[in-house]
Design a protein around this ligand. Sequence first.
Ligand code: NAD
Length: 347
Amino acid sequence: MSTPITRYLDLNDMRRLVDTVGLRPMLVAVVEALREDYARWTEFEKCPRTANHHPLGVLELMPTSDQELFSFKFVNGHPKNPALGLCTVMAFGALAKMDTGWPVLLSEMTILTAIRTAATSVLAAQSMARPDSKVMAMIGNGAQSEFQLIAFNEFLGIDTFRLYDVDPLATQKLLRNLSHDRALTLVPCASTAEAVCGADIVTTCTADKAYATILTDAMVQPGMHINGIGGDCPGKTELEASILKRARVVVEFEPQSRIEGEIQQMPANFPVIELWEVLTGKVNGRASAEEVTVFDSVGFSLEDFSALRVVNRLAEEHNIGTPLNLMPLMPDVKDVYGLIQPAAVVS
Ligand code: NAD
């Protein structure tokens, strides 16, 4: 057996990787991996994530595996963090071999979560939004927003984005980051209602630990696709319940979404479709041009698995990251005691 390594990717390494590969090609690679992995849904060990709650936020662990690899992500959600100079969502994760337990990758996942969330959004929208969609409203212009815009432009040809955030500085930041991109027409708006007006797709990506009503039923027009990604925790929603009643609702993993998604507002027997069913052609993502469709996304461990395996391959190809001295390699593997002796060389 060749000597195994644990590759460590910090924020700088991830920045270098995205810079080397390019954000759009990286999104393409993650969407491809997601499509492959969702197509073999039954091969994965799945469970709702564990969530430890605090009045100000939540800390979550998200594990999954197939027969070859195991992955987990540690992620938080603290909507008041920005006032303290911290991100609302921060994450790291690992990928390990199932046959030996050896971790092959330990990686930052704050950037990677934004990439995989955007990749999952467009994967769903490709089957659920009207094919003639051109305009998207982006409600919540925080950390996830630029990734969403770039992905929707790349995969669905959306070229006009109507922007709204209660914090004008967040919208200014988005404009500063993406105004140079001539493929995108960016239209700042004064309210959610104004932003949603004329939109084919509405992405809600706000952060508030509350049953918020970001999108009211009256704002939703026939044929709209709603990419709801900000409501992802018990007691944290964005859509008025009556929108769900008249829409086709797709979720990632039903047992987790019943607890965390927009559908927590609905009775336990409210009918939903799982994303894998749409992606494998078992169920249609949209029945007619007039139908309202909702992707009630909370983020699922399979998406982190797919993103981590892409990053592991690309980091290896481009020789990015450093070996981490995390797991013991030693001549007598039963001599862990020897590792704590003064003469031990641990490498
Ligand atoms: P963020 O704090 O960086 O951005 C959220 C933005 O929403 C802020 O700029 C805030 O001012 C704005 N906002 C809050 N209330 C609003 C309102 N009523 N109207 C308009 N704007 C409002 O957070 P982020 O990292 O961009 O994440 C946004 C949300 O998405 C969080 O709730 C997070 O938990 C969720 N999220 C979901 C997934 C997923 O897979 N579904 C992945 C990542 C993040």
